[in-house]
Design a protein around this ligand. Structure first.
Ligand SMILES: [Zn+2]
Length: 351
């Protein structure tokens, strides 16, 4: 397999994926994100018990209190062991938080804790107010897991690797060697058409590649994580790799997704949002299911037209509409969950 250091690729990707979900995490309005599109609970959620919800809220409050007080020792001590291992060490993570969030007067708001239907995790939506011109930001929720009588933090949400970026900055680590493997089509056998074959990978070859990556100590990271390392020096795993699936074809769900789950890899899908639900492309239900299981979705325009040749208005539409469509994945989920919480037990809503 050809693994290549991808500085140039990263810069290209940075341009191509400018409308990614984490950039879209910025709120800059008075509406809390749990009434809007910026939430992305990791798993399908159901109403949590009052007691569990209260305990989760207490843990989240203590965690965010430590954050706004810049008590990075206290904050670090609340992280689960594997989360600490992923974030390097206390000093490195504290340095990242300081560089990213600055010295403004930070404050936060919590949404309703939501328990997972698939695990014991509880996710807590958060909005941060950065106390400066950057305003309010949201991002992925804080994810808590039971530990003893209380909870530990397993995903630091907007404070962590998947957290939102704030506009353009000078990169703190402009030289990052992160292999980015870009895939298009998957098939049980290579197509006979040479052009199709050149952009296809067989299911067995993809499985072999994931096995090779595992055997050689690679850990998949998201594009958001790469940006957070690039701009704020987020500590990365020792051997990071990014798997990008371009365009969002249906075989990604049918053939690649099961292998990703089997090998414990994440991936980033650059979705042509206007193509979703069309033959040969992913459906919105598949997008939601994969998003729930931690796959990162970024917009890849609405029509896959030539952005370089478009008018400014068309460009704005291609980027803005696709971004909104990607955000709608989590909006639909959030609405569904809110409706379910308000419905009598057993009632189901299909938003
Ligand atoms: Zn493409």
């Amino acid at each position: 397999m050809n693994l290549r250091a991808a500085r140039a690729t990263f810069r290209l990707l940075a341009l191509a994926l400018l409308t990614t979900a984490f950039l879209a995490g910025c709120v800059n309005s008075d509406t809390p994100p749990w009434t809007g599109p910026a939430q992305s609970p990791k798993t399908g959620a159901s109403a949590s018990s009052d007691e569990q919800s209260q305990e989760a809220r207490k843990t989240a409050t203590r965690f965010l209190r430590s954050f706004v007080d810049r008590d990075f020792d206290g904050l670090w001590g609340m992280l689960r062991g594997d989360t600490q291992a992923r974030l390097g060490n206390k000093e490195a993570f504290g340095g990242f938080l300081q560089r990213k969030f600055g010295s403004g007067d930070l404050s936060y708001e919590l949404g309703d804790p939501q328990s997972s239907s698939q695990s014991a995790a509880v996710s807590v939506p958060i909005t941060l107010d950065l106390g400066d011109s950057r305003g309010r930001v949201a991002g992925p929720p804080l994810v808590l897991v039971p530990q003893g009588e209380s909870f530990a933090v397993s995903d630091t949400g907007p404070l962590g690797p998947r957290g939102p970026l704030f506009g353009s900055l000078a990169a703190v680590r402009p030289e990052l060697d992160v292999p980015i493997l870009i895939y298009h089509h998957f098939a049980p056998d290579l197509p006979t058409d040479p052009v199709q074959a050149s952009i296809s990978v067989t299911t067995s070859a993809f499985g072999d590649q994931l096995e090779w990556l595992t055997a050689n100590g690679y850990t998949s990271i998201s594009v958001a994580e790469l940006y957070n390392a690039f701009y704020y020096d987020l500590p990365l795993p020792a051997k990071p790799v990014i798997l990008v699936f371009d365009d969002g074809y249906s075989e990604v769900y049918q053939l690649a997704f099961p292998l990703l789950k089997q090998h414990g890899f994440g991936a980033t899908i650059a979705t042509i949002t206007g193509a979703v639900d069309h033959p040969s492309y992913l459906t919105w239900d598949q997008v939601k299911e994969m998003s729930d299981s931690g796959i990162e979705f970024v917009s890849h325009s609405v029509t896959h037209g030539n952005l370089a040749a478009m008018s400014r208005d068309d460009l704005r539409k291609e980027l803005g509409d696709s971004r909104k469509a990607v955000l709608r994945i989590s909006l639909r989920r959030a609405v569904r969950e809110r409706l379910r919480r308000r419905s009598p037990a057993g009632a189901r809503c299909s938003a």
